[in-house]
Write a protein that binds this ligand. Structure first.
Ligand SMILES: [Fe+2]
Ligand SMILES: [Fe+2]
Length: 274
């Protein structure tokens, strides 16, 4: 029995859709973590997670920014929190575990581990050097010509801003994590990195603004993580913070994975660790 992980499936691309169709567990008991950016349209997201849910004993999902877009051509035109809530209800009906559900407990040979899918968004605190406010940081990014599509398609309704939505999600998520039995270790799953470190290698450093929040910098310690799983950057690798592996598990766009020596990356084993 294994806990496997992947993110950034981006099934809008035919090649990526074919990869999802080919994903299989190694045994009937395997669980799969999907750390966001499955797709953009409602139907695509439900198709991909529904397909995977038929094959794996359990599928655990955390939303990416792409799931929260309202693309003009999607028949589902819900925005912001309403879109997220509609996704949660639809996926939950399929049996997929969402950040709004009870956190599943992995029955590992070394003892139980709580698998916690999170949705905390970002709040523009991963700022370019020399900037100290959201406005100042966004000005610098605009001048550099680096502006995430989220600014046009990820609506924060009913919150006044994406950072306000992030603040609400942080407070809700902290209260959920605080209630986990303190005797249990966790695997924290979030689309965005929980620490800023992995964004230091971005080709366009200003893009870090749309990549996380300083508010989660100590969560891997505070919440006893044995592994953190994230995606979003499309830079698959593992870094260690305070002895805790933070694993970026993205597939990414075909133009990205085609260039890798072993393409595509496939599923990453999270548990057992050895
Ligand atoms: Fe992505
Ligand atoms: Fe993303």
């Amino acid at each position: 029995m294994k806990l496997l992980a992947i993110s950034d499936l981006h099934v809008r691309y035919t090649e990526n859709r074919a990869i999802v169709e080919g994903l299989r567990p190694e045994s009937d008991d395997d669980w799969l973590v999907v750390a966001g950016d499955v797709g953009e349209t409602f139907d695509d997201i439900v198709w991909a997670l529904g397909t995977l849910n038929e094959r794996f004993a359990k599928v655990i999902w955390a939303p990416g920014n792409h799931e929260l877009w309202t693309p003009p051509k999607d028949p589902v035109q819900l925005r912001g929190d309403k879109r997220y809530t509609h996704l949660v209800r639809t996926l939950r009906d399929l049996g997929v575990v969402t950040p709004e559900d009870e956190y599943p407990v992995w029955p590992g040979a070394d003892g139980p581990v709580v698998i916690a899918p999170l949705f905390v968004l970002y709040d523009y605190t991963f700022r370019p050097e020399g900037t100290y406010t959201v406005e100042g940081a966004l000005d610098v990014a605009h001048q550099a010509g680096v502006v995430a599509t989220d600014e046009y398609l990820l609506h924060p309704d009913p919150y006044p801003s994406r950072e306000a939505w992030c603040r609400a999600r942080l407070s809700y998520t902290r209260s959920r994590l605080d209630r986990i039995d303190p005797a249990l270790p966790t695997v924290l799953v979030n689309h965005f990195p929980l620490v800023r470190e992995p964004t230091r290698v971005l080709r366009y450093p200003e893009f870090a603004l749309w990549c996380g929040t300083e508010a989660t910098a100590d969560w891997h310690v505070r919440y006893r993580a044995i592994t953190v799983v994230y995606g979003h950057l499309h830079i698959p690798r593992t870094i260690e913070c305070d002895g805790v592996p933070h694993r970026e598990v993205s597939l990414g766009y075909p133009r990205e994975w085609r260039g890798r020596p072993v393409a595509p990356a496939g599923l990453v084993r999270i548990l057992p660790q050895q």
